[in-house]
Ligand binder design. Structure first.
Ligand code: 5GP
Ligand code: MN
Length: 344
């Protein structure tokens, strides 16, 4: 038995909301990751089996290593199919917001989302949710949206309705949001949930291979370049920064998703407890910021104060609209500002 995270009352309300709806649009945040796509496809699978008209619409491209998931090919990418997406939003009587806490997180898809007058259901684990949904199931203490969705399905009495594909999607999201269960994963119930998913027949070893052993050659050449030439280590501050420019990304034939997880690597260096990654967008003039931390240092606070972002205590991100050199300056200033805490 899992402890109560979703109350019986909440589960009933959500179950009713799902039962009353016919046309459902499932959405997730821009730059979808394993948890965003995993929770979206798990919900899609569940609702499809309930006989609903359901589509998954994501703001933009999602990485190739998530395309093994069943029905991934049915996902609609908003920035490529605007007219079609808008018609789905117009017809929807329910929009589900998975793995994001505010409308700004869907980027340009805000337009159809905010115009949509239908009911909205948020299922998410990011701090400080914005109030834009009819029902808001927000649990920042959960390791992933997929973990929360599993708990919701159980609380709704729908264990039997979790199909093999649904279980695979949920495992993928739990696995990726915890770095293969190496951070944010000290809750023993996570392992009870994994056991539940394994009883559905998932091949968890194969899922891990599908996700992690599918990278391009360019990713590893780029990583080599970053570690050799770009990594700034600040041993006195137990911190590191690296930046990658658009030109460098092109040089290494960068494809979206190639730099995923790079920000975690400097933390493997003894004594490091903060890592900041700055990556220039290949299209627009903006810098994507990723921050990771250990122990009692908040990555989220740094993201909010310096990088127009947010996220979780140990894993956060943001965006800067400036040059890569200016972004580096900002990051160095951020480290300076925390000198006292970081140097301890
Ligand atoms: P990543 O570094 O993997 O892009 O993001 C780390 C975590 O921070 C993810 O959970 C992601 O959803 C969150 N995150 C990234 N950018 C932002 C942002 O601009 N705002 C908020 N609230 N969360 C973000
Ligand atoms: Mn997540």
């Amino acid at each position: 038995m899992l402890r109560t995270v979703v109350s019986a009352q909440e589960a009933t309300k959500i179950k009713e909301m799902l039962a009353e709806s016919r046309n459902v649009v499932i959405t997730c945040h821009t730059g979808p990751d394993g948890d965003a796509i995993g929770s979206s496809l798990a919900m899609y699978e569940y609702l499809k089996r309930k006989g609903k008209q359901v589509v998954v619409i994501v703001p933009n491209y999602f990485p190739d290593y998530l395309r093994w998931m069943n029905d991934a090919d049915k996902i609609i990418q908003y920035d490529r199919r605007r007219a079609l997406s808008k018609s789905y939003f117009q017809q929807a009587d329910l929009v589900i917001a998975l793995d994001y806490n505010g409308m700004y997180r869907v980027d340009e898809m805000q337009l159809p989302l905010s115009h949509c007058r239908c009911k909205k259901l948020m299922i998410d684990h990011h701090e400080n949710p914005e109030n834009f949904c009819t029902i808001q199931l927000s649990r920042p203490e959960m390791s992933s949206t997929c973990e929360l969705l599993y708990r919701l399905l159980i609380a709704m009495g729908e264990e039997k309705q979790i199909s093999l594909h649904c279980a695979e999607d949920l495992y993928a999201g739990m696995c990726t949001d915890t770095g293969r269960f190496t951070y944010n994963s000290n809750d023993p119930e996570i392992y009870e949930i994994i056991a539940g998913l394994m009883r559905k027949g998932i091949d968890k070893d194969k899922i891990v291979r599908n996700i992690y052993n599918q990278y391009s050659e360019g990713r590893y050449r780029l990583l080599g370049h970053i570690l050799l030439n770009k990594l700034e280590l600040y041993p006195d501050l137990h911190a590191s920064i690296f930046s990658v420019s658009r030109e460098e990304l092109k040089q290494f034939k960068y494809m979206k998703g190639d730099a995923e997880g790079f920000v975690n690597i400097p933390l493997e260096i003894k004594g490091t407890k903060l890592s900041i990654s700055l990556r220039e967008d290949t299209e627009k003039d903006r810098i994507f910021v990723s921050i990771r931390s250990y122990d009692d240092f908040s990555a989220q606070e740094v993201a909010e104060k310096y990088f127009n972002g947010g996220g979780h205590f140990h894993a956060a991100g943001g965006t800067l609209y400036c040059t890569i050199d200016e972004a580096l300056d900002t990051a160095r200033k951020a480290l300076e500002a925390y000198r006292e805490t970081l140097s301890q």
